[in-house]
Structures are given as C-alpha cells and as structure tokens.
Design a binder for this molecule. Structure first.
Ligand SMILES: Nc1ncnc2c1ncn2[C@@H]1O[C@H](COP(=O)(O)OP(=O)(O)OP(=O)(O)O)[C@@H](O)[C@H]1O
Ligand SMILES: [Mg+2]
Length: 394
C-alpha cells in the first residue's frame, strides 16, 4: 500500500475501499489508473495491462510520463496535463499512449484530480479508453510532433479526419472508374445489339418484303388488262409495300446506318446531308485527309457524337450555319462541330435529365481523347475533340 492509499482511507471505511479497489482491478473495459500527487502510478487494473502490455510489477511507482510518447515528454506534456487537471478538476482529450513494446495506442484520456475534504489534491485518477477504431493508423511521426497536449489532440483528430477523407476519395475514384467502364461496356452492348437487330430486319423482313413486292407486281402485270379493277387493287398494294419498305429502311438506318460499313467519311457525309434536309441549316463539311480504316467501334462512337451534336444544334442553337471538319494531324484525328447559334447559357451544360453532353464526354474519355466546348452567348458553340489514331488503323 502507498502513502496515497493510506491517506485516503479512514479506518472505518477501509473494508469498503478494499472492495472498491478489487472492483477497479477487475474492470477490464476501461484502464483505471491512480496516481499520487506527484504523478507516480499507485494502482493499475487489468484493462490497463491489456491496453499497454505493462503489468503491475512493471509500472507501479513509475511516473505517468512513461505512458507518453517521448517527444511529448520532452515538451512537458505530462506535467502540463497534471497541472491542468489540478486547476480544472478534470481534463479529457484524445491522444497516444505508449505501450510496453514501444508502439503508440490511440486513446481517449480523462484525468481527474482527487481531493480530500480540505480540497488538498491527494492524487489523480486516470481513465484510458482504447480509441483504435477512431484513428485508422497512428501517425508515423507521433513521437516527433506536437508541443502541448491540446495541439497533439487537434493534430490527431485532424489526421484521422484526413485519413478518412482520403479513404472516401479513393473509394469514390474507384467507383467513378468502375461506372465509366460499365457505361462504356453498356454502350458497346447497345451498339452491337442495334447492329444485330438492323441486320435481322434487313435480312428477314427486307427480303420477305422484296419477294412480296415481286409477286404483287407480277400479279398486277398479269391481270391489269383482263381485270382492271383487280389491277388497281394490286397497284395500291404495291404502293403500300413500297411505303413499308421505306419505313423499314428508315428504321434500319436509325438503328445503325448501313453507310457506316463504307467508312466514317461516308457516314458523316450521309448524316450531314440528312441533317441539312431535315433542318434547312446550311452545312459546310471538310475532310483534310484520305479515308483510313478507323476501328468500327471508334468510328461508330464518333458518328454518335456527331449525331448528338447535330441534334443539339437543331433543338437548342437556332443556328443558320454549321461547320463540320474532320482533320488528321500526325497520329491524332480531330472532329470539330461549330454552329453560329445563340450559344449555351452558362450552367446549362449539366442539367438534370440531360445526358447528351455527358454521353459525348464519356465516349471521348473512353477513346482516350480530349474534348473542349467553346460557347459564348450570341456567338455560337464549338465542340472540338481529338482522339489518337491507333497503329493498326494507320
Ligand atoms: N449547340 C448548342 N447551342 C446552344 N445550347 C446548347 C447546344 N448544345 C447543348 N446546349 C445546351 O446544353 C444543354 C445540355 O445538352 P445535352 O445534350 O446534354 O442535353 P439535352 O439536349 O437537353 O437533352 P438530351 O439528354 O436529350 O441530349 C441543352 O439543354 C442546351 O441548353
Ligand atoms: Mg442533347
């Protein structure tokens, strides 16, 4: 028994205090440590042993500073904490407690002063809670940082916040790249499926319609002179078949323009002609190089970007003229689409439920390319994109 213990006990309560001492010793969730007025350790429970690795025999009688990181000892943190607790009744903060094996443990610490009836400080009660969950990793320079316990506490909390934010940022970046891959993959599946359906409609429905047309036109030729009214009916049926064949061609082209099979130049020319015909906007088209074999998926992506850009011009720009240029410079291919319309409203590029420009951006990203959008109110909008030409395409 120490001086502190004996001074705290009155003979009649000694039995009860012994029981309290046993209870404290048995608690294994919170490290409960008592210090004498000078800061030397006078009692040590089982939880303190589990937390730090020190057993009673190692630690009793030693100064509490042996639980502080060396640099904090050099900075006078233990004396500072004892002084603070003496003045303020108790202090609480988060910090680092050095284990027997020299590694720091993140803890919440509460230091109470213990006073007698005359308000003389007889010692201190120190409670340590393992806070390993609150800080994912002890700072490497814990022993070399901080000058006061408050500073240490603030740094520790900031560090755990920074660690947490880094982890979240890392997870978000991983998710973003996963979503991008997923979007590109789904785009690919969609294009392949459109191609397949277009081919099936062409081969099955288209061929059958053609056969039907041949039969009806033969019927019409045979009966026109002998059965004029039947001939009229056959002629009307022929007209309907032609209208259906035209709709089928439009559906096929909307799914995937067959002209894409003839190369990107041909597909762009066709799309621009169609746009001009539908919108009455004058279009200038410029290619500065001979056609080369751009991969099917990449050509389709550029074609879809052109389609979306022209749709946007038609819907939003009020332009009267559009310039489209496909240029090659070394191993880079660039496409620019410029209109002379009203320009974009600032903040319009990303509206909820607007995905055209997002789709363009994602497609260009997937092609390892770059995209810039220049727009000023009243001065039109220009989309410029550049993608690398792969060695096998050259
Ligand atoms: N050429 C343009 N001229 C003027 N404004 C444009 C032009 N292109 C796009 N915008 C503006 O940018 C916005 C976003 O375009 P985006 O293509 O992303 O979406 P959207 O066309 O509104 O919808 P959708 O998802 O059907 O494409 C448009 O709503 C429009 O305000
Ligand atoms: Mg759009």
């Amino acid at each position: 028994m120490t001086d502190l213990d004996s001074s705290l006990l009155s003979p009649c309560r000694a039995g009860a205090t012994d029981l309290v001492g046993l209870l404290v010793a048995a608690l294994d969730e919170q490290a409960l440590i008592t210090l004498d007025a000078g800061g030397r350790i006078v009692s040590w429970n089982r939880a303190a042993e589990l937390l730090t690795g020190y057993c009673e025999d190692d630690i009793l009688g030693r100064h509490v500073s042996c639980l502080y990181p060396p640099r904090h000892i050099a900075d006078g943190a233990p004396e500072f904490d004892l002084k603070q607790a003496r003045c303020r009744k108790k202090i609480c903060h988060q910090g680092w407690c050095m284990g027997k094996n020299g590694s720091p443990v993140c803890v919440s610490m509460t230091l109470h002063r213990l006073v007698n009836s005359r308000h003389e400080v007889l010692g201190y009660g120190l409670i340590l809670r393992d806070d390993a969950g609150a800080a994912s990793a002890p700072p490497a320079q814990i022993a070399a940082a901080g000058s006061t316990s408050e500073l240490v506490q603030a740094i520790t909390m900031l560090q755990s916040e920074v660690t947490e934010r880094r982890r979240i940022e890392h997870e978000l970046l991983q998710l973003q790249s996963l979503l991008r891959e997923l979007a590109a993959h789904q785009d690919q599946i969609k294009e392949d499926e459109r191609k397949r359906i277009a081919r099936e409609i062409h081969d099955e429905l288209g061929q059958n319609l053609l056969a039907l047309r041949l039969d009806v036109s033969m019927l019409m030729a045979r009966c026109a002179s002998r059965h004029p009214r039947l001939g009229q009916k056959a002629l009307a049926a022929l007209g309907q078949i032609d209208a259906i064949m035209s709709s089928v061609r439009t559906i096929i082209n909307n799914l995937r323009p067959g002209v894409l099979d003839f190369g990107l130049h041909a597909a762009i020319e066709w799309q621009v002609r169609e746009f001009q015909r539908r919108s009455l906007v004058v279009c200038d088209l410029h290619f500065d190089h001979a056609e080369f074999k751009l991969g099917d998926h990449r050509a389709t992506a550029l074609f879809r970007i052109l389609q979306e850009s022209l749709t946007n011009i038609n819907r939003h720009s009020q332009a009267s003229r559009v310039s489209i240029a496909l240029k090659r410079s070394g191993n880079r291919l660039s496409l620019s689409i410029a209109d002379n319309g009203i320009g974009m409203h600032p903040g319009c590029r990303r509206k909820s439920n607007s995905f055209g420009l997002v789709g363009i951006t994602e497609r260009i990203h997937h092609l390892n390319g770059e995209l810039t959008i220049d727009s000023a109110r009243g001065h039109g909008t220009t989309l410029r994109m550049t993608i690398p030409i792969l060695p096998e395409e050259d």
